[in-house]
Design a protein around this ligand. Structure first.
Ligand SMILES: [Zn+2]
Length: 100
């Protein structure tokens, strides 16, 4: 039995290509170590490609907080678009809470 993840309606940010924080090899590495989970597959609902990118997103109906979610490269290139992803969403600001 797999775990059921929360779904979030997000906007994929235009600004996606900043370097990962010091001590992390990539934004996916950041997401995996913060959540303690592996990110084998794109988190966009309905996409089953391998996750290659730690995408920068915001909640469509939320504040300005930036989050990381694993996406395949094709989905990550859909910049400025809004779609549904499975959580968790890991905040770029490490002082803020993960949305499980
Ligand atoms: Zn995808």
């Amino acid at each position: 039995m797999g775990c059921v993840n929360m779904a979030y309606f997000i906007k994929n940010l235009q600004e996606g290509s900043r370097p990962a924080p010091i001590g992390y090899s990539s934004w996916i590495d950041y997401w995996e170590r913060k959540t303690g989970r592996n990110a084998p597959k794109c988190h966009k609902t309905g996409c089953y490609e391998f996750a290659t990118d730690g995408a920068h997103v915001q909640l469509e109906y939320g504040w300005d907080e930036w989050y990381i979610v694993p996406l395949c490269h094709k989905c990550n290139m859909q910049r400025g678009q809004s779609f549904v992803v499975e959580g968790p969403l890991v905040p770029v600001n490490p002082n803020n809470s993960i949305r499980w």
